[in-house]
Design a binder for this molecule. Structure first.
Ligand SMILES: Nc1ncnc2c1ncn2[C@@H]1O[C@H](COP(=O)(O)OP(=O)(O)OP(=O)(O)O)[C@@H](O)[C@H]1O
Ligand SMILES: [Mg+2]
Length: 254
């Protein structure tokens, strides 16, 4: 494996809301996700961050352009080929989306049962390991409804990690959390990168979180309908275009 090559390449990408026939919300997107980085995706509400994330996950088909994971187009080849590519990524949606009628243990072990040859004991061991990693030791038998909002977020994160993704895609992981728990989640994302050696794309409009965890950030401008900046958050705060500087100034560290 060429470890210097970017993990993901986004080339001339246009994304439409609600599928390829819908309104194009972002176009002309060109960027890479480097191995080991946490790439933040910022922009105003409605600028298209979640729509972009769905395209990076291979869940929506681009209106134009392509997304490559380790050199392979997410939307080319047989359905089995594409599904195998998608499974190399872990996704945490904005709403968290655990199976509400299943225990946390089931939430984590079912993907392993479906997609790996691991025997039951090993599946449970991995699920317990990940729950412990996100601070939910002992919650294996609990139902999502028994958890607080912050615990559900962390459980969704654990589930996104269960198939050992090379790339973790997170949509507003800290939203709805109080500042303490949001900061804990940031720390968790940084730790995961170290312990599990995966790259992360994190959508957020929490500027403090961008400064805490993002190696680089890209900015989706809702008026220009394209990305107007990419770089280290501190660099963009000083040298980015004005709308980006204003966006970042709201939550820049003092
Ligand atoms: N399934 C859909 N069908 C039609 N329009 C949609 C759909 N999903 C999103 N949109 C529209 O696409 C635009 C971008 O939405 P998106 O959810 O990607 O924004 P966002 O940047 O993630 O916003 P937020 O910060 O509020 O989460 C919005 O105008 C939204 O109304
Ligand atoms: Mg969103």
């Amino acid at each position: 494996m060429d470890t210097a090559a970017p993990l993901m390449q986004v080339q001339g990408l246009s994304v439409a809301a609600g599928g390829p026939g819908g309104r194009v919300v972002q176009q002309g997107l060109n960027f890479e996700v480097l191995r080991g980085e946490v790439l933040g995706v910022a922009g105003a509400s409605g600028s298209g961050k979640s729509t972009l994330l769905r395209h990076l996950a291979g869940l929506d088909v681009p209106a134009a352009g392509q997304v490559l994971l380790a050199g392979q187009d997410l939307n080319q080849g047989s359905e089995a080929t594409q599904a195998a590519l998608r499974r190399r990524m872990g996704v945490m949606f904005q709403a968290g989306a655990l199976w509400s009628s299943r225990t946390l243990g089931d939430n984590l072990t079912l993907p392993l049962k479906l997609f790996t040859p691991l025997p039951r004991a090993a599946r449970e061991e991995r699920a317990r390991f990940l729950l412990a990693l996100v601070g939910l030791d002992g919650a294996f038998g609990q139902m999502p409804a028994q958890l607080s909002g912050g615990m559900r977020k962390r459980a969704a994160l654990a589930r996104a990690l269960v198939l050992e993704p090379e790339l973790l895609l997170l949509d507003e992981p800290g939203s709805g959390l109080d500042p303490m728990n949001a900061a804990r989640l940031d720390e968790l994302v940084l730790n995961l990168r170290h312990h599990l050696n995966c790259s992360v794309v994190m959508v957020t409009h929490d500027v403090a979180s961008l400064f805490n965890v993002a190696t680089r950030a890209l900015y989706l401008d809702e008026n220009e309908h394209t990305m107007t900046a990419i770089g280290a958050p501190h660099h963009l705060l000083q040298h980015g275009p004005e709308p980006v500087r204003l966006f970042l100034q709201r939550g820049a560290p003092a």
